[in-house]
Design a protein around this ligand. Structure first.
Ligand SMILES: [Zn+2]
Length: 232
């Protein structure tokens, strides 16, 4: 059996980022390029260079929302952008429906339609494991924002979490296929290392806070990456 890691490695051979900037379409014919640049303004954030933590965070947010806007439009719907994107530090995060934000976490809150993340926590993963941290965590949380809009129902929390991982994989796969971001040597390993770091220590999938084991999370991500949103 091919492991999810193999699947991702095969198609990705080398994932993520590098020059994902304002000049996304610049490889095309010069005449066409100019026309495009004036016809379509780049949303703020999507023109980030993605060369440091702060820039990658903005870029990941913008590209992920642009990806979903396109998906919703293609399906005849309208994607609702999140209302706020809140960086917090340890214990000073925004509460969600009366519940306090936890340190070392990122979350989507349907009550207010916002995403918040412990910036120091995410930055430490970024420093340790590379930009894959940002491109796993942020698209995952946007996956929850999409679930809220689709009013997806789940019997178990772990199902909801694994679908968000699948959506995150689909987002990255879509962005790479669309040449919004570029693959770099070793990025597939980074993504998997990040999923491993956020996986549950045991397979108690029935627990209300279960997210899935590292293997399950990697598998879900790879499914989305290889097969797209519909496979999630
Ligand atoms: Zn989640």
């Amino acid at each position: 059996m091919i492991s999810p890691r193999m699947l991702l490695a095969l198609t990705l051979s080398a994932a993520l980022v590098a020059g994902c900037g304002a000049t996304d379409d610049s490889a095309e014919a010069p005449g066409k390029e100019q026309k495009k640049a004036t016809a379509k303004a780049v949303p703020p954030g999507c023109d980030e260079a993605g060369n440091d933590f702060a820039s990658d965070v903005k870029l990941a947010r913008c590209l992920t929302e642009r990806f979903w806007a396109k998906q919703f439009t293609a399906a005849g719907g309208t994607y609702q952008p999140i209302k706020r994107f809140v960086a917090y530090d340890g214990t000073n995060g925004p509460s969600c429906g009366g519940e306090k934000a936890e340190p070392e976490n990122a979350f989507y809150c349907s009550d207010g339609h916002f995403i918040a993340y412990d910036a120091e926590w995410m930055r430490s993963m970024y420093d340790q494991m590379g930009d894959g941290a940002v491109y796993v965590v942020i698209p995952h949380e946007f996956g929850h924002a999409v679930q809220a809009q689709l009013e997806s129902g789940f019997e178990y929390n772990v199902e909801q979490e694994l679908q968000a991982d699948c959506y995150a994989g689909a987002t990255l796969g879509g962005l790479i296929a669309d040449e919004q971001i570029q693959a770099e040597e070793g990025d597939d390993e980074e993504l998997f290392a990040n999923l491993e770091a956020v996986g549950d220590p045991t397979d108690a999938w029935w627990e209300p806070d279960a997210h899935g084991t590292p293997e399950k999370r990697q598998e879900a991500f790879a499914t989305g990456f290889d097969k797209g949103v519909d496979a999630c």
